[in-house]
Design a protein. Sequence first.
Length: 367
Amino acid sequence: MSQEAIPSLGGYSEAALDQAFAALAHEVEASAQSLTSAEAVEAFRLHWLGRKQGRLKSISDAWLKSAPVEAKKLIGQRFNQLKAQIESRLESATGASSQNALDAEAIDITLPGTHRALGAEHPLIKTMHEMVAVFQRMGYSVGVGPEVETDFYNFESLNFPPGHPARDTQDTLVVANQERKPLRDRLLMRTHTSPVQIRTMEQQPPPVRIVIPGKVHRNDAADATHSPIFHQIEGLCVDIDVTFSDLKGTLDHAMKEFFGSSVKTRFFPSFFPFTEPSADVQISCPFCGGKGCRKCKHSGWIELLGCGMVDPAVFGFVQQKQPAYDPKKISGFAFGMGVDRIAMMKYGISDISLLYSGDARFLEQFA
Ligand code: DAH
């Protein structure tokens, strides 16, 4: 749209004004013919309403300047009408041009949609949740504790005195530059979930029934069955008159719930510093029913967890903060199991590192 000349007024009578404005209205209509793109609409707007160079402004400046006072009002009214006409053209054209833009990027519903894979629980977490749920149904609560632990909670309070040989079985990863602290305050990566037993008892008087799932760390060389990071579920039950029969009944029930009601359990004497007596628990192989297969290495039995009656010395450490844990009045049992091995058995996973590789090709098998 080029800048046209300013039309001249044929007089100030209403008829003359009407004629002049009719010509302008016609000009607006003509220039509003092809407002199909956003650029054309903007050009139309600038041409007519531009604040400095706009045609409306130039014409009204010219016409009003020389008009006699009595005509100014009549001219002003007609300019307002003309402006309203321009604005209404702009409005409908703006709607139309954005509709055109929408049409241009219209969605082709015949194309395949964007495929977003469904997330799924990691087999390890799933196993952990299922096992924890078994104990929740028996009235156990669920707790957590820190992975960076002190020597006191990871060892001393669990009756591993400084220099005790049982510490050597734990292949501990220690945090560097802790030598200036007293031994009990030095930080390490927890080697088991058992320290949360102590933390729980320090926080609340008996009775306690709790399971603690979590990540643990050991300086193990990685191979098909070892990973420096793995997972355990700890259990603790403390009350008046808790006996070894309660421990056996609880674990037998839990294993039947988790692996199936035909599974049997058997207990062997063992040693842990924080339980006395201690036991290792085996279950009859849930895959072959005890006949012998690859999963149970043809023995019919699978070793699954450690357990025992809480050692009175452990209650002694807790009593520094919670005197109610008096071993003359209360007793308890504890257990701990490795989750990774159970998950590997359950899902037929032969290499533990797959659980930590984050490889979607492996993980999506469980979706
Ligand atoms: N903390 C032991 C370990 O990692 C496992 C364990 C054994 C936990 C016996 C217990 C228990 O609570 O009573 O080797």
